[in-house]
Design a protein around this ligand. Structure first.
Ligand code: FE2
Length: 242
């Protein structure tokens, strides 16, 4: 772990393309414009569910939504502006993002006959997938990024003995700190970037809690949550809160 610390980490999660927020790309572009140039060693981490794959879900699909082929085509189209904005991205394996491979395993097919994540999406060479990522964010500080190793990001952080960023739980947008005699750590849950009006998320209607649209960044080792505030028409207001 001798790498140079990343003085900016943009933490993205749960875009669920093609059922992501229409404003997500503009929102992420605004965050890049504001923070990227000031950084010496910036990086983007996506904690997963970059695709929804509703049409091939193990829980059944809404017949009013797209076929698997149309859905994948649309998902790539909606994701592809990010290829230009962020030609390098570290992505985490996730329950939705890995659905094609989970189906492959379920049906007993060899993984080797399937395309890689990057090939399926036609993503740039700088987009890389792994189970999780550990990055240096300060002289002595590391952060563990993953989709969802437990329901409590604070517990994951304490188990790993380092700061931690999680996705997966769309309604959780939280930041907490803990400390031991060695250091101060944070645990951040970064919400999601979905379009909650899509039929793909009809299951949310039975819950009182609603997804929180936003993302997180880490600047010089310090975390910050950035909610995407909306107007009464449900559109992003077009500016960052700070
Ligand atoms: Fe998700």
């Amino acid at each position: 772990m001798n790498e140079r610390p990343h003085d900016l980490v943009i933490c993205i999660s749960d875009f669920h393309s093609p059922y992501g927020s229409e404003d997500a790309v503009k929102f992420l572009d605004a965050i890049k414009s504001k923070y990227w140039k000031k950084a010496k060693n910036p990086i983007v981490v996506n904690t997963g569910d970059e695709l929804d794959y509703h049409s091939i879900s193990f829980h059944g699909a809404d017949p009013a939504l797209m076929s698997p082929s149309d859905e994948l085509e649309s998902a790539i189209k909606k994701l592809s502006p990010l290829y230009e904005i962020f030609p390098k991205m570290l992505l985490c394996e996730s329950n939705h993002g890995s659905l094609v491979y989970r189906k492959q395993k379920f049906h007993g097919l060899p993984r080797s006959v399937f395309k890689s994540y990057r090939e399926i999406l036609g993503a740039p060479r700088g987009w890389k997938w792994a189970d999780d990522w550990t990055l240096k964010i300060g002289r002595e500080d590391y952060c563990y990024f993953h989709h969802s190793k437990s329901a409590e990001v604070l517990k994951t952080s304490q188990s790993m003995g380092m700061s931690c960023v999680s996705g997966h739980l769309h309604e959780k947008f939280s930041l907490s700190y803990w400390a031991n005699p060695n250091n101060l750590y944070f645990a951040m849950q970064i919400g999601c970037l979905i379009d909650n009006e899509s039929l793909a998320f009809a299951y949310n209607k039975v819950n009182l809690k609603r997804p929180i649209i936003g993302t997180g960044i880490i600047v010089d080792g310090s975390p910050l949550l950035i909610p995407m505030k909306k107007n009464h028409r449900g559109q992003w207001i077009g500016k960052l809160p700070y």
